[in-house]
Design a protein around this ligand. Structure first.
Ligand code: IMP
Ligand code: MG
Length: 182
């Protein structure tokens, strides 16, 4: 059953921003960077659900060194397009990350509030190191000063969908990334 909100999404138009081939090419480069940064180590990549599941799945297949994965699910947006800053953990980590080399894997960093929360929370488990990888970064929207170590693409301040990113839970299955034209 589709809600009326979801019906309106189907009627919206989308403008191609980053084609699938370009995403795959960049993902390869991000994987190579991780291979270099973590040579001789076994990092654990933590995918941030829901959006980060495709990024994590593709990224690990571009990494040649041994690595582990885990997922965490947080919510700050509900069905809105702006971060409320009120972040809840909906699914906690399963792995013990004490003394581990941790890479947080995000689909997109917008205000950076989710990341600030995650970084603080994961640091409390005393990992050996903690870095952030994100496919997309809306740099102009950052409200906090957090260095992002591995970035796929800096993008303009537009709402984007596809490749795991949703508009009210729909459109995650698109293979390329699109701007929503309201
Ligand atoms: P932040 O806390 O404002 O940095 O928000 C980060 C999270 O909001 C991301 O991990 C996404 O799940 C979601 N988000 C931010 N911008 C977009 C967008 O343009 N499209 C889809 N989801 C977005
Ligand atoms: Mg996310």
């Amino acid at each position: 059953m589709m809600t009326s909100k979801q019906k309106r999404i189907i009627e919206k138009s989308y403008k191609l921003l980053i084609p699938e081939s370009r995403i795959q090419q960049r993902m390869q480069e991000m994987g190579e960077k991780i291979d270099r940064l973590y040579e001789g180590k076994t990092p654990i990549l933590i995918g941030v659900l829901n959006g980060g599941f495709i990024v994590l799945a593709d990224l690990i297949r571009c990494i040649n060194i041994d690595c582990e994965i885990d997922f965490i699910r947080i919510s700050s947006y509900g069905d809105e397009k702006e971060s409320s800053g009120h972040i809840k953990v909906l699914k906690p980590l399963s792995a013990d990350i004490k003394g581990r080399h941790v890479i947080i894997v995000e689909d997109i960093v917008d205000s950076g509030l989710s990341l600030q929360f995650l970084k603080k929370m994961l640091s409390a488990f005393e990992p050996a190191s903690l870095r952030i990888a994100t496919l997309l970064h809306k740099k102009s929207r950052m409200k906090v000063d957090i260095p992002i170590d591995i970035v796929g693409f800096e993008i303009e301040d537009k709402y984007v969908i596809g490749y795991g990113l949703d508009d009210r839970q729909l459109k995650r299955n698109l293979r390329s990334i699109y701007i929503v034209d309201n």
